[in-house]
Design a protein around this ligand. Structure first.
Ligand code: HEM
Length: 155
């Protein structure tokens, strides 16, 4: 494990961020952009599926929100892992970081469950209680990842 952590902390991308504050701020800004796209798309979609928001245009906006959230997730995962490699040992000892990864795993697992009921909802069909409950889970879990992510810097 120690070798893997040493290797991660020594790859050229990590060394670049360790030496260049400018490079670090761009990767951190890209992480925040990913988070903004992800939560900016997933929260309105989840609130609509949970019937908190009422808009009849779900078949129209649904696919756009899902694609935007997917792009944001990909960007947040890649830049997040890159930031992690700057000081991997330290982050693995950070409670907020470990809680964040746990919530992230649950949120990603929930996406798999959500997608198995979403097709009919996006086609304008009836939104059943299962889709509503999973949408509330999704919104709560992603907000949890957000707060845990910000909490990292406080520990
Ligand atoms: C995909 C959903 C993710 C969300 C919503 C998220 C959220 C956040 C937030 C809100 C911050 C604070 C940003 C700041 O104020 O500079 C942050 C920082 C960070 N995130 Fe993420 N993140 C995600 C994925 C990841 C992943 C997958 C990793 C690593 C495997 C990761 C590693 C980090 C690291 C290392 C920091 C910098 C912490 C610090 O030193 O302050 N993130 N994240």
């Amino acid at each position: 494990m120690a070798t893997l952590i040493d290797w991660l902390g020594g790859w050229p991308g990590a060394v670049l961020l360790q030496r260049s504050g400018t490079a670090y701020l761009f990767v951190n800004a890209a992480h925040i952009l990913g988070i903004g796209l992800l939560l900016g798309a997933i929260l309105p979609l989840d609130l609509r599926l949970a019937a908190v928001l009422r808009a009849s245009a779900l078949p129209l906006i649904g696919p756009i929100l899902i694609r935007t959230a997917a792009c944001g997730l990909a960007l947040a995962l890649v830049t997040g892992f890159w930031l992690f490699t700057v000081k991997p040992g330290e982050y693995l000892g950070n409670t907020a970081f470990l809680i964040k990864l746990g919530l992230l795993a649950l949120a990603l697992g929930n996406i798999a469950f959500q997608h198995r009921g979403l097709k009919s909802a996006l086609a304008g069909g009836e939104i059943g209680p299962r889709v509503r409950v999973l949408a509330m889970f999704s919104a709560s879990l992603w907000l949890g990842v957000l707060v845990a992510g910000r909490w990292i810097g406080f520990l």
